[in-house]
Design a protein around this ligand. Structure first.
Ligand code: ZN
Length: 323
């Protein structure tokens, strides 16, 4: 287990940071791209993202070392929330979370036939609600990996859960019909190694589905250094369309489809981006934000109907093995 719960009262000390070469091409030369704060958590510190001089990939450099990053994924981290007590808004919140899983299933079922014979792996599965949904709906065999030990979560019952880093997990080769990575790859400390691992564990005819924030999107243009997709210090890589496609191709995949949206609501980035601008690094109190969040979502509904055409915030790539 990597994660440790400790209060983060000071910016990361020099020994908590490390310089890294480009994940995609290995070059060490780079130029400054943008700096960002922990707008979501409100912990102190300013983090640098650079542009690789070799291939143009944007990534965090230096980054917080792997053994220290766990503290930034504390219990407030939304994907890891086990307790979902939002008072009278609990049903709304639960419906939103359920919708996220339904929308993920809708995307993947366009490319993979899911039934009781299919085997699915979700990398960065958090508390596993997506996998649970697939198990209940299609009867598929489901497995998940997460670096935080969430095995006690009731939603992981019936899920084959592997705690640790994806590339360290003991998983047989050519095993899965579908591997999904929902907002995982931009957090990864070795994304190319994870893509190679996905390639290894997928069946030859299997599909890999990856959703990440999209740097070349409208919300980045609107919010700049307060763009929620920067999510410092957790996000190690900032993919645009071109670098995401380059990364999968380099790992032995070809692109089956590319979607300029995801299952994750772009509205979340519109709301939090506007909030981060006002809060200026003080951190978002989720309990206080939830009422304005749902009100804003209702007000924006007509605009959000066109979400899939507006290139607002997310991207999803569907891949298959070339070898
Ligand atoms: Zn590079």
């Amino acid at each position: 287990m990597i994660a440790t719960a400790e209060p983060l009262l000071a910016p990361p000390a020099a020994d908590m940071l490390e310089h890294v070469a480009c994940y995609l091409c290995g070059a060490r030369d780079h130029q400054a791209f943008i700096t960002a704060e922990d707008d979501l958590g409100g912990t102190p510190g300013r983090y640098s993202f650079v542009t690789c001089a070799g291939c143009g990939l944007k990534y965090q450099n230096p980054r917080v070392t792997l053994d220290r990053i766990g503290a930034y994924y504390d219990d407030q981290y939304i994907a890891h929330r086990k307790k979902r007590d939002w008072g009278i808004l609990t049903p709304l919140f639960e419906r939103a979370m359920r919708k996220l899983d339904v929308d993920k299933a809708r995307i993947v079922s366009r490319y993979v036939t899911l039934d009781s014979t299919s085997s699915v792996l979700d990398v960065g599965c958090a508390v596993g609600t997506f996998l649970q949904y697939l198990r209940e709906t299609y009867g598929s065999h489901v497995a998940g990996v997460d670096f935080k030990d969430l095995s006690a979560a009731p939603t992981l019952r019936g899920v084959e859960f592997h705690c640790g880093l994806f590339y360290d997990a003991v998983l047989a080769s050519n095993r899965f019909d579908l591997v999904t990575m929902w907002h995982f790859l931009e957090h990864d400390y070795d994304p190319m190694r994870s893509l190679e691992t996905a390639h290894r564990v997928l069946k030859p005819e299997g599909r890999l589905v990856i959703e990440v924030p999209r740097l070349d999107s409208r919300t980045f243009n609107w919010f700049g250094d307060r763009w929620p997709g920067l999510q410092a210090p957790q996000h190690t890589v900032l993919f645009d369309r071109e670098s995401l496609i380059a990364a999968v191709r380099k790992s032995g995949f070809e692109v089956v489809d590319y979607l300029p949206y995801g299952a994750f609501p772009a509205y979340f980035y519109i709301f939090t981006g506007a909030a981060f601008r006002m809060l200026k690094g003080r951190g978002l109190n989720l309990d206080r934000a939830i009422v304005p969040y749902f009100i804003g979502q209702q007000l924006m509904r007509p605009y959000l109907w066109f979400e899939r055409r507006l290139n607002l915030a997310m991207q999803t790539i569907v891949c298959r093995r070339t070898s």
